[in-house]
Design a protein around this ligand. Sequence first.
Ligand SMILES: [Zn+2]
Length: 230
Amino acid sequence: MPVEALLARRLELLGLPPLTGVRVTDNRSVMVSLSPRGVLSIHRGYGWASDRVLKAVVRFVAPHVPRARRRAAEREILAFHPEEHAPPLSPGQARRPRAPDRPRAGDAEKIRRLEALFAAFNRDHFDGRLPVLPIRLSGRMRTRLGQLCLRHGSGAPYEITLNRRHVDGHGWAEAADTLLHEMVHLWQHASGHAVDHGRAFRRKAAEIGIAAAARRAVRPGQARRAARLD
Ligand SMILES: [Zn+2]
């Protein structure tokens, strides 16, 4: 049975309403989403997920699920990394060596704007104590919306990279949230905490008013999306 049929069948057995369509994707920044018409898009790597993870998918897209429960479901969904399980699509589509990640026209202006946001956030939320890092837009980030880049070995932060498609496609409010998320990681490093999504991260994120890792999933009136946010 092809992976999409098997996945649709398993989701149905786990309680997904049978009328919902299932579309299998290779989109690596949005893992699970539900269209307003009730079509579930899901990364095909979830074909390799346990029933427990797929039950979380069913809960995540079900209507009238309390917010906390939906958030818990989202955390379970994102804890599974589908791209690590799905084999390449076919020999012909196996990944070719990647093209250089070059800057694009228009990046400079967006980066200036992001640098201004960085300065304002640094002042408002971190007492201006964060070291200023270069910000770069990447066209090849797929599973992540943003990333605090740490040097191999020393673990010292050297750059904040944001996914250009995210910045261009999701608007400045979301891009600013992603930047702030990465700045909380930078704060973790600067204050001697581990750079992770643990308790220190969650406390600081709550203190400055951004929800921890997974907040962008639920937007009232819009499709439910579970996107990776490193
Ligand atoms: Zn993160």
